[in-house]
Design a protein around this ligand. Structure first.
Ligand code: MG
Length: 451
């Protein structure tokens, strides 16, 4: 990396305002000025984005749609149209890339741009920030907020302050004044738990945090988190902007000692591979935007297929689902065996921030990785309702599990949903609905391959 010490860093953060809802209001003028809520419309749906008109009723993202309907009965509730949002996001990225080659999309509606050293080309960075804001507004027709600051931490905070629809610039000399009044919870990685712990010790604002000794932070939060808090309180952050162009891909393929026959077996192997690549993705703190599969039949015919994901993810189950969906998109020749399978992830971006999720980021991925790192990569495999699975030991069921989809479970495993458990699985671990990040009603069971 290595930055020229003489050259001041300038990082810009763009955040589209109420992105999905704004796109709907752009495309359907009759919705402008009305509370628009985009999200899952089913019984267990979750709000993805609420327009500012809807936010006035207390509706916000990640809220159950049912609750949003109660708060805002006259709201316009819409299912997301990811392909359209991706198109709008691509238009924004194209504008950004005319100002700098280093653009790091964080999600469909956010990106960092490294403007360091662009003054000679585009003039003063402050003016460039205003120009980027103006061009996005006029060329896409969508509102956005822009933050400009000496690093990513501050740029992201600046765009939040700029919301909605503004530009906020933080100069090096203004950093302390800018940070001091902000609640500590606004800093990266300071979740409700850390914020509570700090509040109990009289630390409410970033200014308060700055007054706390490094050794005290160390004793409260341990060396790593303590040091990180100390740095953030001072607005220090030297993490680079990763352009997508830098990102490599992660893939894994296996040639089988005996050819695989049957969709079920092929799907199971694909899930194993998906899980392996998702683990590596998470280890490298990346998210994938594209999933690929490769199939080579016994006659050496080879096919690859790929799909662009609606949102970047490192979720092993979502990645496995996409891989299997790709498999099923093409015909499977029952009479010719499969000798090689591969799963690849591409369009990798840094997992610094998670996208505004339709599905809450899961703790499942982390839990799976823990088990696999302790018991080996073969210790867990994924199984899904309606798919026979010869190996079984521990299971995780879609919690609540009152839906028919859940109750069907594994036909061959004779598993049952509901409170009854998972048939032949020895152990059922239930996670709260928001924790596993799997679309509602899909049902999920994890089966151990060992033991
Ligand atoms: Mg946004």
């Amino acid at each position: 990396m290595g930055y020229d010490c003489a050259m001041a860093r300038w990082i810009l953060h763009v955040d589209m305002d109420a992105f999905f809802a704004s796109v709907e209001q752009l495309d359907r003028p009759e919705l402008r000025g009305r509370p628009v809520i985009v999200g899952g419309l089913g019984r267990r749906g979750v709000v993805s984005t609420a327009s500012y008109e809807a936010r006035a009723f207390g509706v916000h993202s990640a809220m159950p749609t049912a609750k949003a309907r109660k708060l805002c009965p006259h709201g316009v509730f819409l299912a997301p149209r990811f392909a359209r949002y991706e198109e709008a996001a691509a238009a924004t990225r194209a504008i950004l890339s005319t100002f700098s080659p280093v653009v790091e999309p964080l999600s469909l509606d956010e990106a960092f741009v490294d403007l360091t050293g662009t003054e000679r080309l585009h003039g003063p960075v402050e003016r460039t920030a205003q120009e980027i804001h103006r061009r996005i507004r006029t060329e896409t027709g969508l509102p956005c907020s822009v933050g400009l600051a000496p690093n990513k931490l501050l740029a992201k905070l600046a765009s939040e302050v700029a919301k909605p629809g503004g530009v906020h610039i933080v100069h090096e000399e203004d950093v302390d004044g800018f940070l001091a009044p902000l609640p500590v919870g606004r800093l990266w990685g300071v979740g409700p738990q850390t914020a509570r712990k700090l509040a109990e010790r009289g630390v409410h604002t970033v200014g308060d945090l700055r007054g706390v000794d490094a050794s005290l932070l160390h004793s409260w939060f341990g060396p790593a988190a303590g040091a990180q808090l100390w740095r953030m309180a001072r607005g220090l952050d030297d993490s680079p902007v990763h352009s997508v162009r830098d990102a490599k891909s992660i893939s894994q393929e296996v040639t089988y000692p005996e050819d695989l026959y049957g969709e079920e077996d092929i799907a199971r192997e694909l899930r194993q591979l998906a899980m392996a690549v998702a683990t590596r993705l998470a280890e490298e703190a990346l998210l994938a935007t594209t999933v690929r599969i490769k199939i080579r039949w016994a006659d050496f015919t080879t096919r690859t297929r790929q799909v662009r994901l609606p949102e970047p993810t490192d979720h092993p189950v979502l990645i496995a689902d996409e891989a299997v969906a790709l498999l099923r998109r093409g015909e499977i020749q029952a009479e010719v065996g499969v000798r090689l399978l591969g799963v690849g992830l591409a369009g990798l971006i840094a997992a610094t921030f998670r996208p505004e999720h339709l599905f809450v980021p899961s703790q499942l991925g982390a839990a799976l990785q823990q088990v696999r790192s302790r018991h080996g990569t073969q210790s867990l495999s994924l199984g899904f309702p309606g798919e026979g699975h010869p190996r079984r030991e521990a299971g995780i069921l879609n919690p609540g599990a009152k839906d028919d989809a859940d109750a069907k479970m594994d036909e061959r495993g004779r598993g049952r949903g509901g409170c009854g458990g998972v048939g032949q699985c020895d152990r059922v671990v239930r996670l709260p609905n928001s924790d596993h990040g799997v679309p509602s009603g899909q049902g999920l069971v994890l089966l151990s391959a060992c033991g």
